[in-house]
Structures are given as C-alpha cells and as structure tokens.
Design a protein around this ligand. Structure first.
Ligand code: NAD
Ligand code: ZN
Length: 357
C-alpha cells in the first residue's frame, strides 16, 4: 500500500492506494462514530458492497443502493440519501461512504456536506476517473436540468481508499476515459510523467497492475499538490481544466450521452495543444505525440461531424470561463507548464477550430 497526504489548512487527509485494499484495509478504524452508511449503485453493489460492509460489521452499518447513471445525479436522488439517513436515525457523527465512480462520489460527498450541516465522508472510488480525479479534492455536486454540477459544495473527504483491483471489472471504454485525465497531469505540470506514460500506453490499457498503480499514485500526487495549493479554485486549480472548455462544448453538442467525459476531454486536450502550437508556445510535434497516445488508448481525436467553428464558439461562450467577453482557456506555455489565459491571438483559435471541424 502507498499513502499520500492532501495537506490542507483546515484538515489534511490520506489517500491510500493498493491492490486488495477493500478486503484488507482496517476501514472501521477510520470511522469516528458508531454509524456508517455505504452508498453505492446497482452495478457496483453486487461486485463490491459486501467486501466493504464486512469490514464494518461491529458498527451500525446501513447501505443504500442507487440506480446507475449520470441522469440520477440529481436533487431527487439526494433526497433519497437524506431519507435513508433519517429513517435509520443517523446522527451528526455518522460517516457516509461513497463506493462508486464520480457520480456516486460527487452525490454522496454533497449529501455529506449538507446532512446535519456536514458529516464525515470517505471516498472509495471504483472507476479510474474517480481514483485519479474526482475522489480527491472535495468538489461535490449534483446536476440541475439547466446545467451540470450546478448545485454543490466544497466538502473534503476524511479518507480516500483506492483499491486498484476493482479496475478489473471496469469496461475498457471507462478505463480509457480515466487515462485521458491521467495524461492531463503530465501535460499541465509533470513532463517526466508524460514521457513515462508514452512508453507504457499498451501496458496501461491492458491493466498491467504495476503500471496502473504507478499512474494512479502519480496522478493523485499531482492532484493533491494542486488542491493543497488552491483548495477552492481561486487560481491554479483551474489548470486541471485543460481541454475541458473544448470538451464541454462537445459534450453539450452531443447531449451528454454519446461521449464519455474523458473522451471529450481527450479531443479537447488535443485541441488545446494544437492551439498552443499555433501560438508558438509548444513544439508542433507534441500534437502528434499526444494524438498517438490517445489513439493507443482508443480515445477519440476528432470532433463530431456536426461541429463547426461557429458552433464551438457559441457553446464555449456559455462556459463559466468567459470573463468580460473574453474566453479564458487553459493552454500550454511548454510541455508541463499550463496557464489560464485570455491573452492569445483569436486568429490562432480560429485556425485550430478549422483544423478540427
Ligand atoms: P460513473 O460514476 O458514471 O461510472 C461509470 C460507469 O462505470 C457506471 O456505469 C458505473 O456504475 C460503472 N462502474 C464504476 N465502477 C465500476 C467497476 N469497478 N466495475 C464495473 N463498473 C463500474 O462515471 P465516472 O467517470 O467515474 O464519473 C463521472 C462523474 O464524475 C461526472 O458526474 C463528473 O461530473 C464527475 N467528476 C467530478 C469531479 C470532481 O472533482 N468532483 C472531477 C471529474 C469528474
Ligand atoms: Zn475532467
């Protein structure tokens, strides 16, 4: 097992990473009170719920199994969590345990932020995306019909427990979507990690234990540093959004159903790197290097045929990153050095959009 710390001003917490941790880690020791509720979904419950609850049998351990899917990341589902907590008499010293991907993690985290004005919660992420990104950092939310993640809070977990074995059952497309967020850390702040990933594309996709475990560790290390530096996204935390403005435009255009988030981010990052090269900030060979990497993981590198430069501009203008009418983008000054800026030649952006549409 390897352990990292997310060092925050108010309260720091550990991330434990290892094979088989669901059945070996002394989870009960990390629970403050004598009540827990494990929340998961109907896909994950038959696979891993028993492993978690069996570690907690001497506590009041309740479970709640939610339907699976982003479309259930809503206020209605949140109410189900509150109903269950109250029905079973959970007090302010209860601990919620989120067992699942980013959808379960975001929703349970938000429930923990709200229930009795805030209770402890533990993240047990089961997708690669959740292990390397969403379970660390305390962003929690549910969706509103008018916008994704529009209702939420910053609420840090008290522990993140990553069992790398659970990735065995993850569909390959979900694994690849998680790898897109992994390569993001290399691009924005860890060039040595980027180079390391380039030589291990096949191993990672074939779920080589050692390679995956190292990729998760290195990603969490990067995320933990970014979050420790800027917990509530006043500045540098926004660098984690490389490729996301382009990606969100693709997700919105395709109705958040055809493309997985990590797939849209993959193409979005390639567009951001292309624009950075157009601006002369990075070598243009980085475009080909990243494209090869994404191809190796069977991630998309082209935009949907319905997209035009004008449609991109229209959708990107809806993004939260517009300030004073100028679109702020995360771009690369160099490999491993990202910036958030609205100070770039708009003609270069136009050329990038035309190159992809
Ligand atoms: P997800 O939670 O929907 O999981 C993807 C699918 O994999 C689901 O069907 C799930 O049931 C299944 N699954 C999960 N673990 C499995 C396993 N071990 N074996 C087999 N199947 C498994 O999707 P996700 O990609 O993990 O998360 C996406 C969500 O994360 C979005 O709602 C996004 O907004 C959020 N997110 C949050 C943050 C943050 O900082 N809080 C960051 C990135 C993304
Ligand atoms: Zn993302």
């Amino acid at each position: 097992m390897r352990t990292l710390q997310v060092a925050l001003a108010e309260r720091s917490y550990d991330i434990h990473i290892g094979a088989g941790l669901l059945s070996t880690f002394p989870l009960a020791d990390k629970v403050r009170g004598n009540q827990v509720m494990v929340v998961t979904n109907e896909t994950i419950a038959p696979l891993y719920l028993e492993a978690v609850t069996s570690r907690l049998s001497h506590l009041q351990c309740d479970t709640l199994v939610l339907p699976d899917g982003e479309k259930f990341k809503t206020l209605e589902t949140l109410e189900r969590i509150f109903d269950a907590l109250m029905a079973r008499g959970h007090s302010r010293t209860t601990t919620l345990i989120a067992l699942g991907g980013g959808v379960v993690g975001d929703m349970v985290g938000f429930a923990a932020a709200c229930y009795q004005r805030g209770v402890d919660f533990i993240q047990v992420p089961t997708t690669l995306l959740a292990q390397v990104d969403s379970s660390v950092g305390g962003k929690t939310a549910v969706n509103h019909p008018r916008g994704k993640n529009m209702i939420g809070a910053f609420h840090q977990p008290s522990l993140v427990l990553i069992d790398t074995d659970v990735l065995d059952t993850l569909p390959e497309r979900e694994l690849a979507a998680g790898l897109a967020e992994v390569v993001k850390y290399g691009l924005i702040r860890d060039p040595a990690f980027y180079a390391w990933l380039e030589t291990r594309s096949a191993k990672l996709l074939s779920r080589d234990r050692e390679a995956l475990s190292e990729a998760i560790y290195r990603s969490c290390l990067n995320k933990a540093e970014v979050v420790a530096d800027d917990e509530t996204e006043q500045g540098n935390r926004a660098l984690l959004n490389l490729g996301h403005t382009f990606g969100h435009a693709i997700e919105t255009a395709t109705g958040y159903s055809e493309w997985l988030h990590g797939e849209a981010v993959a193409t979005g990052m390639l567009m951001a790197v292309h624009l950075s090269a157009e601006l002369g900030w990075v070598e243009s060979d980085l475009i080909g290097r990243l494209r090869d990497q994404l191809h190796a993981w069977k991630l998309p590198t082209a935009v949907p045929s319905s997209m035009t430069p004008a449609r991109f501009m229209e959708l990107m203008a809806l993004d939260k990153k517009v300030q004073n009418g100028r679109l702020r983008l995360v771009l690369l000054r160099a490999l491993g050095e990202a910036v958030v800026t609205a100070d770039y030649d708009p003609q270069a952006l136009q050329r990038t959009l035309e190159a992809f549409c």
